[in-house]
Design a protein around this ligand. Sequence first.
Ligand SMILES: NC(=O)c1ccc[n+]([C@@H]2O[C@H](COP(=O)([O-])OP(=O)(O)OC[C@H]3O[C@@H](n4cnc5c(N)ncnc54)[C@H](OP(=O)(O)O)[C@@H]3O)[C@@H](O)[C@H]2O)c1
Length: 235
Amino acid sequence: MAARSENKLNRIQNEIESDGGRVVAVPTDITGRNACKTLVDKTVATFGGVDGIILNAGVSMWANFEDISDPSFFQKLMDVNYMGAVNCVHASLPVLKKSKGVIVSVTTAQALMGFPAHAGYAASKHALRGFTETLEIESDGKVKFMDAYLGWIKGTDLRANAFGADGEKLGASKHTHGNHAIELDDCVNGIIKGMAAGKRRVYTPGKLRMIPFLNVFARSWLQRKVSKAVKDHNK
Ligand SMILES: NC(=O)c1ccc[n+]([C@@H]2O[C@H](COP(=O)([O-])OP(=O)(O)OC[C@H]3O[C@@H](n4cnc5c(N)ncnc54)[C@H](OP(=O)(O)O)[C@@H]3O)[C@@H](O)[C@H]2O)c1
């Protein structure tokens, strides 16, 4: 288990251990290659191997491109959402091949299409998908892959930590999730069930599986639909 915040890791470690689980918690900034290597080494030293990695760490944005004063925070989105994943996979691939393990990408509908107010985020998640789909071919079945495509989730910090037009975190803002957002437990359960069933892709909510088809056969309708969803949030 990894994140930068040691306090958060300690709290979750205590929860897992008091439920009888075993965990190794390593404070890690995944934008550093050596930090990811240390994370994998400590995991192998504790458990003897790695059955799977979940590429969950992520950061988002909320601003139309033309409103952005300085787009250099796009680099930060790529550093975490894409290069962070590359670093974790690079460090763990040799041990994952030994265990025929799984690489899970926690991703978004925005990896499947463009999405207003999220150009840099969508680009970073497209990059992640291109990366893992290429590795899937290169690894020739020696490692498994699963993508979890998620809609807006209630109760996480993604929105508060997202970059706004000024390049600062949005913090508590009007861009809160409405009732249509999905429960965190539903996402997590979907990912766990998908992994247990050896699925290549899971979609939460299930309607997201239509996006690749709609993006080809009803592209204008789909684009109007997501524009309206973003406009409704901006009201
Ligand atoms: N929330 C949604 O509506 C939604 C929708 C679709 C997909 N997703 C995806 O779900 C994943 C989880 O997001 P979330 O909603 O749970 O957001 P979150 O509450 O902000 O969690 C993000 C996690 O990433 C960690 N992290 C960020 N930068 C890191 C770094 N450089 N190194 C290591 N860890 C880092 C954070 O821990 P520290 O800050 O302690 O490092 C935190 O645990 C993301 O990949 C996101 O794109 C979320």
